[in-house]
Design a protein around this ligand. Structure first.
Ligand SMILES: C[S@@+](CC[C@H](N)C(=O)[O-])C[C@H]1O[C@@H](n2cnc3c(N)ncnc32)[C@H](O)[C@@H]1O
Length: 273
């Protein structure tokens, strides 16, 4: 498997994921007590944007009209930090997270591919309170949880190239939650075929944490092999996040789907029935 996020950086799924990530980090920053962020599938951290590319349907579409989207302003600020003038670079989750740490906070990044991990170390060079591991992100959770801060977020963002990736994520969650029940978890997944998604939702519901899934689609779900949209599972979500997702995401989906597109947003409460 040799997934490279640079082909996808800044696409619709990244905009959705990173906007929600910024929202979660901002709620963590609202209290002075330290927090820790663990990013299990970190990528290289910074990507060059050059057309043609998937970003043209995502951040490329939003960037020229960003003034019309004040609710996304703090997300746009994270991107502005890497762009003087035109839109040429896109920060991945590690730089977004690193930029939002305060002196008392900490982050741990895990990336399995050696080349991506080397690039990530370069992109984070000189930053304090950061650890980078070249390892399997889900396997590392046993050693990393619970963080001593006992406050923070685990971001799980695998490439889903392997057929068993949904199953691996579902299997990693029970031990992770046993170790760190009150941590927040943000889990990204692609929406192609419906069945693996439903199985992952059921696995989370069976754990009985407070959890929800939010899905943003810009294409009809009639091609099970295509990325029709993406979803985020939020375990122990910040208070009032649901409200802001409900307010902003339908309009964002409509805009990103473009004229004649098929925008849809679904908010799903995950609890065992
Ligand atoms: C979707 S990308 C991550 C993007 C990044 N989280 C972001 O938002 O900017 C997935 C990354 O996981 C890495 N990866 C694949 N399998 C892994 C594993 N078992 N453990 C850790 N990283 C892995 C890939 O090399 C790739 O860089």
């Amino acid at each position: 498997m040799n997934y490279r996020h640079r082909f996808h950086a800044g696409n619709v799924a990244d905009v959705f994921k990173h906007w929600v990530l910024v929202q979660v980090l901002e709620t963590l920053r609202a209290k002075d007590t330290p927090f820790c962020v663990i990013d299990t599938h970190a990528g290289s951290g910074l990507y060059r944007l050059k057309p043609p590319g998937e970003f043209e349907h995502g951040i490329g579409r939003l960037w020229p009209v960003r003034a019309e989207w004040p609710a996304l302003a703090s997300y746009f600020e994270r991107i502005q930090a890497y762009n003087n003038g035109g839109l040429r670079a896109y920060p991945g989750s590690p730089l977004i997270i690193a930029d939002l740490l305060r002196v008392q906070d900490r982050a741990v990044f895990v990336e399995r591919q050696p080349e991506e991990c080397t690039a990530l170390r370069d992109n984070l060079r000189g930053r304090p309170r950061i650890a980078v591991h070249e390892a399997d992100g889900l396997a590392m959770l046993g050693a990393l949880l619970p963080p001593p801060e006992n406050r923070g977020l685990v971001l799980i963002d695998p490439p889903y190239e392997a057929a068993n990736e949904f199953v691996n994520v579902a299997a990693a969650l029970p031990p992770a939650l046993r170790r760190w029940r009150n941590g927040q978890y943000l889990i990204w997944y692609p929406i192609k075929a419906r069945r693996p998604v439903e199985q992952l939702h059921a696995a989370v519901a069976a754990l009985e944490p407070e959890a929800m899934a939010i899905e943003l689609l810009t294409l009809p779900e009639d091609v099970p092999q295509r990325l029709n949209g993406s979803g985020l599972i939020l375990i122990n979500p910040p208070w009032r996040l649901r409200e802001s997702l409900e307010q902003i995401l339908p309009g964002l989906a409509e805009f990103l789907a473009g004229p004649g597109g098929t925008p849809r947003v679904r908010l799903i409460s995950l609890h065992d029935s």
